[in-house]
Design a protein around this ligand. Structure first.
Ligand code: HEM
Length: 516
């Protein structure tokens, strides 16, 4: 036994005794450093150790597919968070659920049924379209608006200019899809609570709580100096409960008073009223699925993916005016400058679709997807992967791989998604990795794509996005060095842009009225 030779681990920076690679952890855009490590160690499969935890970095499509897709049965778990599970009681968050349990499977099944199947898709799309139109109307009629609107595009989810519009648009869209609720203002409690939860969950995901490293700390009372996490957890527990039960209770009241509009929740309650026999687990799972959709998109596991994607669209359009103009020409040719786009225009707007895909590719919202945890000892290419290892899929590396997406992948070029005959090229299907891998792949990706598409098409129809400036007032261009945040959800740098209207206000007001 003692003489048994251990198999090697893949190459990686050597690290220090006890600390492992703690001091090697990149402070900026870690995904780019991991690509550099791959070149240095001449391997697409790397290892890294932190105290008590073995990590593997997956830098190529082959390794990601071999492990996370082909062997997804053993590479699809998540690390346990004492803060989230044991202290906040947020075991209903699908993204952190233990894999392959009946509980997780019923949540995934219901999520898929409600967010990616024929009947529900058309109602979901209708709500996303309405939210897009309300966004355009709010931008046009903002009290700050004087012919042109100067927005501060900021990744901080607070009440700064851009957040007011894009944060609200994303919440507006997902709340109406899930519960049929349209918040009347930014101060609405269902928006405010997501802001509060956002901060705490973001810290958990960043590994910001010591109790996640030393779980025994959970037994210490909150009055001991340095144990603030107990107080934070107790506040988060209240917020999380509000997220789970607030809109759920409101939709029940609306149904009773006959004022509910069609949504995922209303369909579910109608089924129950019609006598559909559901187990207690199914009922609980459905309540959780609704809250997961609401929370994952607004304050999610780490922050808000759709909001980040919208910021990236604004950034990309501002620093690539030639792409913006071409997309606007396509929109004008189809819409004639007389109306806002809708989903029936999809097939006639291949360049808009290409540019949305290019935004997901060039500026991935989740450059590492979400970490996966292995549940069995395994061997890959002669290397040992012990049970309990964390796998970091470098989605950014794949999305910038020239073998998958053609030349100059550091350049923003929607044409890579256009076929020679001018139609959209669906063959670059590796773009899917922008939404994760294998059995954990994002179940909200269909509605996320639809929402970002219709919001992008609507914004570009209604506005020119000009004059991007950094926070020091320097002009930003496609050549500027942009530093994205080094986090699970990677936000673009803060900047200011101008929104200049391109169509008469009456078109937008008519579109919103027509939808009601
Ligand atoms: C731009 C938008 C979005 C992006 C880029 C995104 C990306 C991701 C990624 C990378 C994962 C982890 C996949 C993995 O572990 O391999 C994930 C998980 C998840 N996403 Fe999304 N997402 C987006 C929008 C949404 C929306 C709108 C919803 C809800 C309607 C949603 C719901 C979820 C859920 C429930 C999970 C957890 C799945 C599980 O762990 O089994 N996402 N998403």
């Amino acid at each position: 036994f003692f003489l048994r030779r251990r198999r090697p681990t893949p190459p990686g920076p050597p690290g220090l005794p006890l600390l492992g690679n703690l001091l090697d952890l990149p402070k900026k855009e870690a995904w780019k450093t991991y690509i550099e490590w791959g070149k240095k160690y001449n391997s697409d499969f790397l290892s890294m150790k932190l105290p008590g935890q073995q990590f593997f970095i997956l830098n190529s499509s082959k390794v990601c597919y071999d492990l996370l897709v082909k062997k997804s049965a053993i590479y699809s778990d998540r690390p346990h968070s004492t803060m989230l599970y044991d202290l906040i009681g947020a075991g209903w968050l699908i993204v952190f659920m233990k894999v392959n349990t009946e509980y997780w499977k019923i949540h995934r099944y219901l999520f898929r049924r409600e967010f990616d199947s024929g009947d529900s898709t058309s109602v979901n799309k209708y709500h996303a379209l309405q939210a897009a139109r309300r966004l355009i109307q709010r931008l046009l009629t903002s009290k700050d608006y004087e012919g042109e609107l100067r927005l501060q595009v900021s990744f901080r989810v607070d009440k700064e200019e851009c957040s007011r519009f894009f944060y609200r648009a994303a919440v507006d869209s997902i709340l109406s899809i899930t519960y049929g609720i349209t918040p009347s203002s930014f101060e609405h409690p269902f928006i405010q609570v997501t802001e509060a939860v956002n901060k705490i969950f973001a810290d958990v995901a960043r590994g910001g709580y010591l109790v996640d490293v030393f779980p025994f700390l959970k037994y210490l009372p909150g009055w001991i100096p340095g144990i603030q996490f107990q107080g934070i957890a107790s506040r988060a527990k209240t917020y999380a409960k509000d997220v789970l039960t607030g809109p759920y209770a409101e939709i029940q009241e609306q149904l009773n008073s006959g004022t509910a509009v069609s949504s995922v929740a209303s369909r579910f309650f109608s089924e129950m009223q019609e006598g559909k026999n559901l187990s207690e687990m199914e009922k609980e799972a459905m309540r959780n699925v609704l809250a997961n959709a609401y929370l994952d998109d607004c304050a999610g596991l780490i922050s808000s993916q759709s909001i980040c994607a919208l910021y990236n669209v604004v950034l990309a359009m501002a620093i690539h005016p030639e792409v913006q103009k071409r997309a606007q020409k396509e929109l004008d040719d189809v819409l004639g400058g007389t109306r806002l786009p809708d989903f029936t225009d999809y097939s006639r707007l291949p360049y808009v679709t290409a540019l949305v895909n290019e935004v997901f590719r060039c500026y991935p919202v989740t450059p590492f997807a979400v970490y996966h945890l292995s549940t069995q000892d395994d061997v890959y290419n002669g290397y040992e992967i012990p049970k309990g290892s964390i796998l970091i899929p470098n989605a950014y590396a794949l999305l910038h791989d020239e073998n998958l997406f053609g030349p100059d992948t550091d350049k923003f070029n929607p044409d890579r998604f256009i076929k020679p005959d001018g139609t959209f090229n669906p063959d670059l299907s590796d773009i899917e990795v922008a939404f994760g891998f294998g059995r954990r792949a994002c179940p909200g990706r269909f509605i996320a794509r639809d929402t970002i598409w219709v919001m992008t098409a609507s914004i570009l129809t209604a506005f020119e996005i000009n004059d991007p400036l950094d926070m020091n007032g320097n002009k930003l261009t496609s050549e500027s060095a942009l530093e994205f945040t080094n986090a699970m959800i990677s936000f673009p740098p803060r900047m200011k842009v101008t929104f200049k209207p391109r169509i008469p206000e009456s078109i937008v007001h008519d579109a919103v009225r027509h939808q009601q």
